[in-house]
Design a protein around this ligand. Structure first.
Ligand code: NDP
Length: 329
């Protein structure tokens, strides 16, 4: 069973007199910076000098290049895309990692696969929101929290756990409906990639296949898309799963719908499904996927660009453009 940290264990004073640098003022960076400042911490921002840099300045933050921010900070929150972070870490962050500084990650990826290997005399902690950046900003603003997964990888200062919990509190995770759940870099990486490599990707391709077959069966593209996802009902079902329960949300559907879902759904878990899930776990754990993705990027991402190009030009995507134009989206 996972340990849930209690708000009583969090002591914001552990960060008093410390400077927190948000490296990367993007989806997570902006939201976490604003929340941490509201919680009373001294927050600065490091970003390349572009629109996000100007946004940070206009939000009232002292804003620097990434290496200047890292040099000034005691606690460095590395909030960059995972595939970009190692290069920036080596160039701008590592030279400024003095003993007893704390490095905070929002994802386990780069530590799990050793794309980033911090020196032994700094703290390395995970504070990984299970929430998109906009939610990290909006929920605490209305008094609500969100779940975060946390874990200490290295405790050089003797205060890594306390600093990690203070960061989790500062971004809003202990507020009502939030939770600070003990995990690890490796576990966070596993569950995150597992979802992407199994049900999340499968759902997209299953819905696309459904669109193809429905339209071939004579359904108009507009009606098919609205039925499958474009009405927003899918998102509402997701909310209901989180709020009421995975199966209990079925009660929000008609009896006909519940009967249909319960009697047909499992048929789509073919003989291969479990083997594919186990293969995904193996390839995440043994680093096969991470190696493949690193190789893909080193080659200029040809497969990624081809596949993305194909889906963005697909019949579904074209029908969606038409529908969204009609809906004014
Ligand atoms: P973003 O895609 O929003 O990017 C963050 C920042 O990285 C931006 O400020 C961007 O700067 C900067 N950046 C991007 N490319 C470069 C580059 N080549 N050189 C220099 N700076 C660059 O990242 P997220 O906030 O989505 O993700 C940050 C971390 O949070 C990741 O570890 C992610 O896994 C994790 N996370 C993300 C969640 C999400 O919902 N997005 C949820 C939970 C965790 P600029 O804008 O100036 O280009």
């Amino acid at each position: 069973m996972a340990k849930f940290h209690s708000a009583k264990d969090a002591n914001p004073a552990i960060l008093s007199g410390k400077t927190l640098a948000i490296i990367g003022y993007g989806n997570q960076g902006r939201s976490q910076a604003i929340n941490l400042r509201r919680a009373g911490h001294h927050v600065i921002v490091g970003n390349v000098e572009d629109d996000s840099f100007r946004q940070a300045k206009s939000d009232g933050f002292e804003t620097f290049t990434m290496d200047h921010a890292a040099a000034r900070a005691d606690v460095i929150l590395l909030l960059l895309p995972d595939e970009i972070a190692p290069e920036i870490y080596r160039r701008d962050i590592a030279p400024h990692l003095k003993a007893a500084k704390t490095l905070v990650f929002a994802s386990g990826y780069n530590i799990t696969y050793k794309f980033i290997t911090p020196p032994a005399d700094v703290d390395v902690v995970l504070v990984a929101p299970r929430m998109i950046g906009q939610g990290v900003l909006d929920l605490p603003a209305r008094g609500e929290g969100f779940p975060v997964l946390v874990g200490v990888k290295q405790d050089a200062s003797g205060n890594a756990l306390a600093r990690m919990l203070a960061i989790a509190q500062g971004i809003g995770a202990f507020m009502p409906h939030g939770a600070v759940v003990e995990s690890s870099f490796e576990e966070e990486t596993l569950v995150d990639l597992f979802s992407e490599h199994t049900w999340a990707g499968a759902m997209l391709f299953l819905l696309e296949r459904a669109f193809k077959l429905l339209t071939e069966a004579g359904v108009s593209p507009e009606v098919a898309l609205l039925e499958l996802y474009a009405s927003g009902e899918l998102g509402e079902i997701g909310h209901a799963m989180a709020a009421r329960g995975f199966w209990k949300q079925l009660k929000l559907h008609s009896h006909t719908s519940q009967f249909g879902q319960l009697t047909h759904g499992a048929d789509f878990i073919g003989p291969n499904a479990e083997a594919l899930m186990l293969k995904a776990i193996k390839e995440i754990r043994d680093g096969t996927f991470a190696k493949r993705w690193a190789g893909e990027q080193a080659a200029g991402s040809p497969t990624f660009n081809r596949l993305l190009g194909e889906v963005l030009e697909s019949a579904l995507a074209k029908a969606e453009d038409d529908l969204f134009a009609k809906l004014g989206r």
